[in-house]
Ligand binder design. Structure first.
Ligand SMILES: Cc1cc2nc3c(=O)[nH]c(=O)nc-3n(C[C@H](O)[C@H](O)[C@H](O)COP(=O)(O)O)c2cc1C
Length: 559
């Protein structure tokens, strides 16, 4: 029987439901506004860490993406409020590296990008970063083998059910906007179908890189396909892939008009000289690099990342005397000398050390990226074929060590002093990765983490030995002592002096700014000849270039 009360209840329920769905729609609508008519800096591995992101904010970006972080990495991290730097850090438990550092200043602009193939893992990551970022993006465009093998990146493009489950779970479970960044498919109908499916998941916007999974940055971007997508979707479409057509600020608008997209996302053009974001025009590259380095120093950016980014800014200027000196650098301090920031480096370092002391801040900074003592890493001892094996999960991070203080050398010194038997190194290759052991006095020491080169894996094994012996922060320490590289510093200082006198860099910069057209053509040529994939570069960066004596090639856009 229908009573007066049940009718009222029903009415209340209906109105409530209607209001709730209106609220969700309004919320979604507001969330989409964040991506309308915007200039956005794209995710870039190694480049888009906090210093670069802050620089893009200074130059006027509306939003800036982080580099991609794989969900597993995030899930095994610990979060730490870093009162010394005024940041929130996410630290990889297995090797102590800070892989996501953020601060209040960027909160309303930073979009955290994840690599994932699982809705629940993605949601957990979303919840972890939700308080600190303006949005979460799912990478559905990375064509690299490591992504595809893990069912992530572009592998998702052909799995509609997975896409639905990941995106709807995120949209329903998070209070921040959710987006994804895709590549186009082989045909327009397939691409449109995919985009509609993504829109139905309730995402706030969609980023479209106008190349297929097989196409490289040297191939033209399919602006026409982006235009068709923009026509059929109601959510904002963020056009990406246009850096070859963008050589000055006004070109950003042109790219947006050509694609009919709501917003534009730029990667390489921003990496080359991110003052392209300034409506007022370019700043001299030297100024951009100096400002970038100030942030690197202030926020203790890992040396290898800082160097990689500056290399990609310098490009052909790596051939100048200053560029060559830069290539020889092995620490952030050495780079800072080249750009006249030595005093700034020292002041910041002193300030940070003072802060650490007064706050009793135990964890060493991201640059050192090491647990401060063996207590922080689990060392396992076991028996294998009658031999004692000591193992722990630790990685060799080149930027932490001086040439004179490499783990193998520290091990040798110890073995020599104590007159121990060994060392004997051996290694195995698994899936193209290396795992090494070092045997000293009949005990085998090995890291459970694999390395990309044999050399690095041996250094990793040596680190295990040093930890097991309790030599880490007692006798030797992992942090290179200040002033240990005086010789190179002197050489660098001399080169800088000569360089400044000849004003070569400044002349080159001025010429570049005046002659943007020529530069753009050059860039295309470079792009066309770039055959090294980002992933390959990553490996070589970790191996040879991390030694930082080689010139890197210009980066190939990956995803
Ligand atoms: C150094 C570098 C790193 C990149 N890393 C990522 C990444 O982490 N996630 C992603 O979705 N795309 C990544 N990409 C691809 C870019 O975001 C972008 O899609 C591509 O470069 C095309 O845009 P552009 O023409 O403006 O360079 C990377 C590109 C470069 C050059």
């Amino acid at each position: 029987m229908i009573t007066k009360t049940s009718v009222t209840e029903l009415l209340v329920k209906t109105v409530w439901h209607h209001l709730a769905s209106c609220t969700i729609k309004v919320q979604k609508c507001n969330m989409s506004d964040q991506y309308r008519g915007k200039v956005i800096v794209a995710p870039m591995v190694r480049v888009c860490t906090l210093p670069f992101r802050l620089l893009t904010v200074d130059y006027g970006t509306d939003l800036v993406y982080t580099e991609e972080t794989v969900d597993y990495k995030m899930l095994r991290s610990i979060k730490r409020q870093n009162d010394v730097l005024g940041t929130v850090d996410f630290i990889d438990k297995s090797d102590g590296t800070v892989f996501f550092r953020t601060c209040e200043r960027e909160r309303s602009k930073v979009i955290f990008q994840i690599g994932t193939n699982d809705a629940q893992r993605a949601l957990k990551v979303g919840k972890m970063v939700e308080p600190y970022v303006a949005g979460l993006d799912v990478n559905m465009g990375c064509p690299k083998e490591f992504s595809l093998k893990g069912g992530m990146g572009a592998a998702l493009l052909t799995q509609p059910d997975k896409i639905k489950s990941i995106l709807t779970t995120l949209v329903q479970g998070l209070t921040i906007p959710v987006t994804c960044k895709i590549r186009i498919l082989d045909s327009l109908p397939e691409t449109l179908e995919l985009c509609k499916l993504i829109e139905e998941c309730g995402v706030a916007a969609i980023g479209v890189h106008g190349r297929t999974r097989q196409e490289r940055p040297r191939h033209p971007n399919h602006n026409d396909v982006i235009r068709e997508i923009a026509k059929v979707l109601t959510i904002p479409v963020i056009a990406n892939g246009g850096s070859r057509e963008i050589s000055r600020h006004d070109d950003i608008k042109k790219f947006q008009q050509d694609t009919g997209a709501s917003s534009v996302m730029i990667a390489r053009a921003a990496m080359w000289n991110c003052s392209i974001l300034r409506p007022e025009g370019f700043l001299p590259l030297d100024t951009v690099i100096e400002q970038y380095l100030r942030y690197c120093i202030q926020y203790d950016n890992p040396f290898t990342y800082s160097k990689y980014t500056v290399q990609n800014m310098l490009r052909e200027l790596q051939d100048t005397p200053r560029g060559k000196a830069f290539l020889e650098t092995q620490t952030l301090q050495e780079i800072s000398i080249i750009w006249g920031l030595e005093d700034y480096f020292k002041t910041q370092l002193a300030k940070q050390n003072e802060g650490r002391k007064s706050l009793n801040f135990e964890m060493s900074e991201g640059k050192t990226a090491m647990p401060p003592s063996a207590d922080h890493v689990k060392i396992v001892e076991r028996e294998e074929n009658g031999q004692k094996v000591v193992e722990m999960p630790i990685q060799f991070i080149r930027g932490n060590f001086n040439n004179a203080d490499l783990p193998k050398m520290l091990l040798n010194t110890h073995v020599f002093r104590k007159q121990l038997k060994g060392p004997m190194y051996s290694h195995v290759i698994v899936d193209k990765f290396f795992s090494a052991s070092v045997t000293v006095d009949g005990v085998r020491y090995t890291s459970t983490l694999r390395e990309k080169s044999k050399r690095y894996s041996e250094q990793g094994a040596a680190i295990v030995f040093l930890h097991a012996m309790g030599l880490v922060s007692k006798t030797y320490g992992f942090v290179p002592p200040q002033g240990a590289r005086k010789y190179l510093t002197e050489v660098t200082r001399q080169i800088v002096k000569e360089d400044v006198m000849s004003n070569e860099i400044m002349r080159n910069n001025d010429a570049r700014i005046e002659n943007e057209e020529t530069d753009c053509k050059k860039r295309r040529l470079e792009d066309d000849s770039a055959s090294v994939s980002l992933h390959q570069q990553e490996s070589s960066q970790e191996t040879d270039t991390s030694r930082n004596n080689n010139k890197s090639s210009i980066t190939d856009g990956a995803s």
